[in-house]
Ligand binder design. Structure first.
Ligand SMILES: C[S@@+](CC[C@H](N)C(=O)[O-])C[C@H]1O[C@@H](n2cnc3c(N)ncnc32)[C@H](O)[C@@H]1O
Length: 433
């Protein structure tokens, strides 16, 4: 009971849903702190937490997930690069670019942003980059700017020599990059981010934190961050951070595959009625900017992904494979289905796909596409069966397998979800070799 209360207490402060880090990990962290405090009863530790801000901070340090690396989720940085080159430098030559990295963890994300700007000749005088995190310990590490090889996990790390000195086993970030970031302790759930921040940013990076929150806290965080985003600003989220609540506050920006968003104007978030009215407008805008239904489906897929860094990392690496799972070039009808779906013409895509299936009832790809369409239509009940058929017809269809795994997870069948994930991983490996 008390562990549950400790979970709620922490969830109330930093938003962390303890289930996302695993109940045993959470309990281990609590026991560790109890040992340090020389407390043997959980109840007693709970009252310590209720009476000591210091102990709350220490427990927070213990439970936060610091996982990060340079140029993580590269698509965000590709999009950021396009934004700088094609929009910021063209339209805002005189202005200082304001960026927020929240949460920054040990600094790899904000420093990657600085390096991206440096490529365009934009040094510290041209921008203000604030980086916040709840953890003072992680922030101290960020300010030191000394990294191990674990911080470089992308295949291409050709920026290292330009920005780091190698000293023994460490990589020491150059001072001009290090001093371009203002690190501040803060809480993204709090008014003024808990540290008096009041400015509006042109760019906000909020990646790989919301996955550790429950739905209502995710929405609260997004709503809060939106207050700090300029009307034409761009917010980058992590690949797994999607869901209906996002559409209420954010609308996709034009950068494909980057999980980049603009703020929905305030009046559009006010009531259901107003949202319904604005939906048509948004749908139109979405199709105009070429948002892909297959990407939307992928987004939905990720939103229900089992959390935890390992599976997320797997899904990140799966993205390309999933999106590239196109119908064969010579299959004009299925390509048309996909094209229609990508343009948001779901009804037409669905009708064409269904009629195709009448004469091609052994086409795994058609069932897969219909599954994606149903997913985009929000018809979850029909989705599982369609992906199951696709996998049955083509046991190497990894994309259908991943969708099916996530569907099983959503239905609460964790064992099946795990098995399907493992199968999909094997298929990907086999396809690569
Ligand atoms: C997994 S890291 C993500 C870092 C980076 N954005 C990235 O994508 O690589 C999550 C970070 O969120 C921080 N954090 C957790 N709850 C927070 C909160 N309520 N406000 C601010 N930071 C928080 C943790 O301390 C941790 O450093």
């Amino acid at each position: 009971m008390s562990i549950t209360e400790i979970k709620s207490l922490l969830q109330g402060i930093i938003g962390l849903n303890a289930n996302t880090v695993g109940a045993s990990n959470f309990e281990r962290a609590v026991r560790h702190r109890m040992k340090i405090c020389e407390i043997s009863e959980v109840n007693e530790y709970l009252s310590e937490l209720e009476n000591s801000e210091y102990e709350v901070k220490e427990l927070i340090e213990e439970v936060v997930i610091p996982e990060t690396w340079f140029f993580r989720n590269q698509q965000s940085f590709i999009a950021f690069d396009s934004y700088i080159k094609d929009e910021w430098l063209v339209n805002n030559k005189e202005k200082k670019l304001k960026i927020l990295s929240a949460p920054s963890s040990t600094g790899e994300e904000p420093y990657s942003i600085v390096m991206s700007l440096d490529k365009h000749g934009l040094g510290g005088d041209y921008f203000q980059l604030d980086a916040i995190d709840i953890s003072t310990r992680l922030l101290s590490k960020a300010k030191r700017g000394v990294y191990g090889k674990h911080s470089f996990r992308n295949k291409e790390n050709n920026f290292i020599d330009a920005y780091f000195d190698r000293i023994d086993d460490t990589f020491v970030l150059h001072e001009d990059i290090r001093t371009s970031v203002n690190f501040k302790q803060g809480n993204i759930l709090e008014e003024n981010l808990g540290n008096g921040t009041a400015i509006k940013y042109d760019i906000i990076f909020c990646r790989n934190l919301l996955i550790y929150f429950d739905r209502s806290t995710q929405e609260k965080a997004i709503e809060n961050l939106c207050k700090f985003l300029n009307d034409d600003g761009v917010m980058f989220l992590g690949h797994a951070e999607t869901g209906e609540y996002i559409n209420k506050h954010l609308t996709r920006a034009k950068y494909a595959r980057a999980f980049a968003y603009h703020r929905v104007p305030k009046e559009n978030t006010k009531s259901k009625k107003e949202r319904a009215l604005s939906k048509d407008k948004l749908d139109h805008k979405k199709s105009k900017i070429g948002q892909k239904t297959t990407q939307t489906a992928f987004k939905k897929l990720l939103s229900s992904a089992p959390t935890g860094e390992k599976s997320l990392h797997f899904l990140e690496t799966m993205e390309i494979n999933l999106l590239d799972n196109n119908p064969p070039k010579n299959d004009k009808i299925l390509r048309k289905v996909k094209q229609l779906a990508d343009a948001g013409e779901l009804k037409e895509a669905s009708a064409l796909c269904e009629s195709y299936l009448q004469t091609h009832d052994a086409s795994a790809q058609a069932y897969y596409l219909l599954g994606l369409i149903r997913e985009s239509e929000g018809k979850q009940k029909l989705v599982g069966e369609l992906f199951r058929k696709a996998v049955y017809l083509d046991p190497n269809h990894h994309a259908a397998m991943i969708h099916l795994a996530l569907h099983a997870g959503r239905q609460g069948d964790a064992d099946m979800a795990k098995k399907l994930h493992q199968r999909a991983q094997r298929v990907v490996k086999r396809n690569k070799s």
